[in-house]
Design a protein around this ligand. Sequence first.
Ligand code: PL3
Ligand code: FE2
Ligand code: FE2
Length: 231
Amino acid sequence: MQQLPTKSEIDYKSEKYKDAYSRINGIVIEGEQEAHENYIKLAELLPEHHDELIRLSKMESRHKKGFEACAKNLGVTPDMQFAKKFFAQLDQNFQTAATEAKVVTCLLIQSLIIECFAIAAYRIYIPVADDFARKITEGVVQDEYIHLNFGEVWLNEHFAESKDELEAANRQNLPVVWKMLNEVAEDARTLVMEKEALVEDFMIQYGEALSNIGFTTRDIMRLSAYGLRAA
Ligand code: PL3
Ligand code: FE2
Ligand code: FE2
């Protein structure tokens, strides 16, 4: 296996780094923007948690601004067209679920899958980020745990009646995540983030989340690897 460069060897100003960064940073900005919109939608679907969800949605806008500043700092223009395509399938699944008022599916997509994906990516990025982006990302990742926790707590409290819908939503959406990971793998590697590390960290976060919600170890093994082999 090819050795990855250590942090002091990364040339943040190289054309190759900046080119990969334009797509990865675009993805992150789009992800934060969609998360912002998704929490507003969830606030409508869960009126008893309206104010809390609006608070979460505002945190997502701040994250977006932070990552926009990271691009500016490196002199990079985020590739938003690429980013929109990257999220299209997952976004479509969220929108369809929201239209059908399927709160459980919406929470699985946003608060579990997307937040776990973000936490894994940000945790792997922090040690290899430039100093400016590292400080921003460290602040952001703390918030993402709060977002993940919202989903865990709600789904835990409604576990019995949500279980079947969670299984179905997992089946529908987890293979999409593996596909997305494959699409960023090469650019992530240019940023010195390994796909294997991303997959591993995602599985740990997602598995822990499923456990906190109430799934057994046996269920978690089955659910969290769903569709992985095809990826
Ligand atoms: C929800 O709060 C945020 C959703 C963002 C999704 C992020 C996906 C990350 C893909 C791979 C990223 C590398 C991270 C690098 C940061 C510039
Ligand atoms: Fe966020
Ligand atoms: Fe978030």
